[in-house]
Design a protein around this ligand. Structure first.
Ligand code: ADQ
Length: 484
């Protein structure tokens, strides 16, 4: 039983979650529960939809639920706080109540669909309290939670007024999965340092009356099928038009949802810095930034669009020539195949979030390249992907000079170095692909239910990626007070 806020039952959903799970679950028997995407007064009906092999169970949200649970607590409180942006978080008590109420409702509806041997895989920050709500209904099935977004350091997490309720919700799961070792360490540090938690001898953590295992499972892509899509996409009309318009200029490509976590103003600033420091590059390289608007109803996003459009206008005004402009900006999305084709043809892939759980575009850019003549990935050290894609040019996105110099280095990199870096990253992507991600999470979930050791991802980062906690073992009398 997969549970996520949105399910890809009807519309094309450009979110990373839908893309990764669609690949990962093909060939398995599953039921995917979530919000239909529709608003109505009917909260009782659960519709089942079948598309190909996949079965979905969807329910509507009321307008109040949407505003409080989704736009409110999930996207105005949790999303910014988990991306280290407490300054943008708005903690409204009424939003939190709606958030808890929707989770409790989903739990009731899921409990009716469950079979005794089902395992439950919950996705993302909209549904943090769901496992605890299911347990309150007597559900004893194995429950795993995967966080697609970062988990902030404990000092930041504890500033969320409802941090205890959120933490208790996560601890009700048998397994809590994170994108990176950094996120997992932040979660464990919170439990031990701020919630009187204890390490179990087997590496699990005990806190809030429960025992749970935290592990890192970097989300992945289907490498070969994406590469194939990119080869086909590069032959399509959109790709041809991009190359014709470039007239031999190198394309530096950015593809992101328009979100303040993606570092777009800093990226544009770095492009300004690039042409200021290297005027010889004017007329020879162009940034194509594709950033479809998301979450139009949240105020911080409207401000971001204004800021980005102001910066694009300013930099283009400063450096454009009669037949060339430094930045080409599009606020509309593109179909996946066309996008993959553009990724293949771009000389530089620019992925510079200020904070990102993983960032699938980074992986897609690498997979899309022609191995004989690959482009160069410039990647933020604050994307989860940086723990794996060490063949990228890694940058601090706040340092515009460094970002600009890395873009220049990428534009000038010789073929041998480009091939070496690309091959190293492809090896990682092949080894840890979307099938691996799905299988290793489910395997670890089954093992954690038994309370046994699981060595899931010890080597996914080329080292001790997961498994046992880093702390000492707990006193056995204390362990006895907790129930698994
Ligand atoms: P997102 O924040 O949405 O995902 P990302 O990981 O980059 O970010 O995934 C976006 C997906 O949508 C990619 O597959 C990309 O190709 C696609 N996409 C982006 N822009 C598009 C466009 N203009 N047109 C069409 N498709 C577009 C969240 C977390 C990430 C995490 C994922 C998966 O924020 O950190 O990697 O979930 O866990």
């Amino acid at each position: 039983m997969v549970v996520s806020n949105r399910v890809p039952a009807d519309a094309d959903n450009p979110g990373g979650l839908a893309v990764a799970l669609k690949d990962a679950l093909s060939g398995r028997e599953s039921l995917w529960f979530g919000w239909s995407g529709d608003i109505s007064a009917d909260t009782e009906t659960v519709r089942t939809v079948t598309r190909g092999q996949a079965a979905f169970a969807v329910t509507d949200l009321t307008q109040e639920e949407h505003d409080g649970y989704y736009a409110g607590y999930s996207n105005r409180a949790l999303w910014p706080a988990f991306h280290y942006r407490l300054d943008l978080s708005e903690f409204e008590e009424s939003d939190f109540r709606a958030y808890m109420a929707v989770n409790a409702r989903f739990a009731r509806q899921i409990a009716e669909l469950l079979r005794p041997d089902d395992i439950i895989w919950i996705h993302d920050y909209h549904l943090i309290p769901l496992a605890e709500a299911l347990r309150a209904l007597g559900v004893t099935n194995a429950i795993g939670f995967f966080s697609h977004i970062p988990f902030p350091p404990p000092e930041l997490f504890q500033a969320i007024p409802q941090h205890r309720e959120l933490a208790a919700g996560l601890m009700a799961c048998n397994l809590v999965g994170f994108q990176s070792r950094r996120d997992r360490a932040n979660f464990e540090r919170y439990m031990i340092e701020k919630a009187n938690g204890i390490w179990m001898p087997d590496g699990r953590v005990g806190a809030f009356g429960s025992i749970s295992r935290a592990m890192a499972f970097p989300i992945a892509i289907e490498v070969d099928s994406f590469a194939e899509t990119a080869r086909a996409g590069a032959q399509m009309d959109t790709a041809r038009r991009m190359m014709a318009a470039a007239r031999g200029h190198a394309i530096i490509l950015g593809v992101d949802r328009m979100d303040y976590s993606k570092g777009l103003p800093e990226r544009l600033g770095a492009i300004g810095e690039l042409f200021a420091r290297h005027p010889e590059l004017c007329g020879h390289a162009t940034l194509l930034q594709i950033a479809p608007v998301s979450r139009g109803g949240v105020e911080a996003y409207a401000h971001l669009r204004e800021e980005i459009e102001g910066l694009v206008g300013h930099i283009n005004g400063e450096y454009a020539q009669i037949d060339w402009a430094p930045i080409h900006f599009m606020a509309q999305g593109l179909p996946r195949e066309e996008l993959a084709g553009l990724l293949r043809l771009a000389r530089v892939g620019l992925v510079t979030p200020l904070r990102d759980g993983m960032n699938l575009v980074a992986k897609e850019y690498v997979a899309a390249q022609d191995p004989d003549d690959p482009g160069v990935l410039v990647l933020s050290e604050f994307a989860g992907a940086a723990e794996q894609l060490t063949g990228a040019l890694i940058v601090n996105p706040h340092d515009m000079r460094e970002q600009a110099e890395s873009i220049r280095r990428a534009l000038e990199m010789d073929l041998t170095e480009r091939r070496e870096r690309h091959a190293a990253m492809m090896e990682v992507l092949h080894q840890y692909d979307s099938a691996w991600w799905c299988a290793s999470f489910l395997d670890a979930l089954e093992k954690s239910r038994e309370g046994g050791e699981s060595d899931g991802l010890r080597t996914a980062f080329g080292g001790d990626g997961s498994g046992g906690g880093s702390g000492a073992s707990m006193h056995s009398a204390a362990a006895g007070r907790l129930t698994a």
